[in-house]
Design a protein around this ligand. Structure first.
Ligand code: 13P
Ligand code: SF4
Length: 495
């Protein structure tokens, strides 16, 4: 018979002292577990902490693969988990025998695995990454190095996008991040147009396309802490809202629901993370291996040694963590503050995509319009990737936008934004000089009276006072002339 005391917290703290134990908790744990833990963090910080703690025992409140990491890095310590059934759908989506075969079929690839996988998958890997350090680590590998990335296809796709790699992706996914309802997200955005959408890179690409900021749990938390007050639509597990509220008490936080095929709204929390409770934490601390749900994490030494190598490689390659989170900031976000960098990037032949974001910020006063525009004009790059000519893709896309007949499409077409966006996309592909000019035009727009521009646009730019906005209009007209597109066909930009 197991007894659960009424002074649960006190007893947990007493047992912790008695055992010289440390309680580590992931951000997705229940708030009461987070509050009692010695350290709350993301996967990377938790593994660093487990590797360096001088406690005798580690009580790991997270999922099993995280506790395994603690054991792999600190084999001399006892590692306990409140519920041994706390698995992970990503781990389940990558079975060692099938994955081993896949690796054998691609012998010229190295294997980079996301930390959300079993010790067996780690043992088959060359390097482990977390969502905090994935970009940093992949960027250190030679450009021509072929890479298998497992198990999360969505994180892999996102890393491919931001690093320009073409990693071979295993098709695993997280059941939590995959389930957010796009329909509900759009409703939330419509109801809270000033809210920033922040998303974990385990979300599918379609959901990420709405995000202002993409990053690991610690990166999302930092973003909320760095924007005191503010409104945020959060696309990651709800447990993290507890820390967000502490770091930014006046923030308005909206979590996005799941809706199943029958239209029922489901709970958007991780069923594995939530298996741990304060009661189970107490039980494992009090009864150890005799506890009902929890127990000690054990691995064969042979497996531990094999899994340790790629984990140590990860720790070595991600030593300076300071700027990792910054690298997950979406391009558009960075470029708002670092305008000259765009031009430098163009000159270096990299990309000018952020300019479009700038233009949208200037011309479209409301976030919803901006997002609709992104959706309506998006997909071009993806289509290019499929080998369809950019021009054909753009024409098809424009037709689609026209057919939609939405207000955004109307504003988009009537202001000539469509033409400029196309010119910029085209310029990025084949003429860096044109791109540079477009950027200068965008900078001129930025220099003009923003407020008036914002007000004028929804009614059509014809209502611009020439005296007020002369610089903007004439600069824009020049760019249009230089690019040789005509007002009637492409839509007028003022006069
Ligand atoms: P982080 O490494 O960002 O904390 O993510 C862990 C996780 O399981 C996300 O689902
Ligand atoms: Fe695994 Fe997803 Fe739960 Fe994270 S949220 S532990 S990836 S199932």
């Amino acid at each position: 018979m197991y007894e659960i005391p009424t002074n649960l917290e006190e007893e947990i703290l007493r047992l912790k002292k008695e055992k010289n134990a440390v309680i580590l908790a992931h951000f997705y744990q229940d708030s009461e577990i987070q509050d009692i833990a010695d350290f709350v963090g993301d996967s990377l910080d938790l593994s660093r902490n487990a590797a360096s703690t001088n406690a005798d025992e580690i009580i790991f409140c997270g999922v099993k693969f995280m506790a395994e990491v603690a054991k792999i890095l600190s084999p001399q310590k006892k590692v306990w988990i409140p519920d041994l059934k706390a698995g992970c759908s990503l781990e389940d989506s990558c079975k060692p025998d099938v994955f081993g075969e896949f690796c054998r079929k691609n012998p010229d690839h190295i294997v980079v695995s996301y930390i959300n996988c079993s010790a067996e998958i780690k043992a088959l890997s060359n390097i482990i990454v977390t969502s905090t350090n994935a970009k940093k680590i992949i960027d250190q590998l030679p450009a021509n190095q072929k890479i298998i990335f497992a198990p999360d296809q969505h994180l892999g796709r996102y890393i491919n996008k931001i690093t320009g790699r073409n990693m071979l992706l295993w098709n695993g996914s997280c059941m939590v991040h995959e389930q957010y309802s796009e329909k509900e997200l759009v409703k939330l955005i419509a109801n809270h147009p000033n809210a920033k959408v922040i998303a974990h890179p385990e979300c599918p690409e379609t959901l990420l396309s709405y995000a202002h900021h993409i990053g690991s749990t610690s990166s999302l938390l930092k973003y909320v802490a760095d924007h005191q007050g503010g409104e945020f639509i959060v696309l990651t597990e709800v447990g993290i809202l507890h820390q967000m509220r502490q770091k930014n008490p006046t923030a308005k936080l909206y979590d996005c629901p799941f809706v199943d095929a029958a239209g029922c709204t489901l709970c958007n929390s991780c069923p594995y993370m939530k298996l741990n409770t304060l009661e189970k934490l107490y039980l494992v601390m009090k009864y150890g291996s005799e506890s009902i749900y929890g127990g000690e994490l054990n691995l064969s030494e042979e497996l531990r040694i094999k899994a340790e190598k790629p984990l140590r490689k990860m720790l070595e390659m991600s030593e300076d963590k300071k700027d990792d989170d910054q690298k997950f900031i979406k391009k558009g976000e960075e470029q708002k503050e670092t305008e000259p960098k765009d031009i430098v990037e163009v000159e270096e032949g990299k990309e000018v995509g952020g300019v479009i974001g700038k233009l949208k910020n200037l011309v479209f006063p409301n976030n919803n319009q901006q997002r609709n525009l992104s959706r309506e004009t998006g997909g071009l790059e993806a289509e290019e990737d499929k080998g369809i000519s950019a021009k054909d893709a753009w024409d098809a896309r424009s037709e689609e936008v026209d057919k939609m007949g939405s207000n955004t499409a109307k504003v988009f077409n009537s202001t000539g934004m469509k033409s400029l966006v196309w010119k910029q996309k085209k310029a990025r592909l084949d003429n860096k000089e044109l791109a540079k000019e477009a950027i200068e035009a965008a900078a001129a727009i930025k220099g003009s009276k923003k407020g008036a521009a914002k007000e004028a646009v929804p009614q059509g730019l014809g209502s611009f006072g020439m005296g007020q906005q002369g610089g903007f209009v004439s600069k824009f007209q020049n760019v249009k002339k230089d690019y040789g597109f005509n007002n009637d066909k492409d839509g007028g930009m003022g006069r």
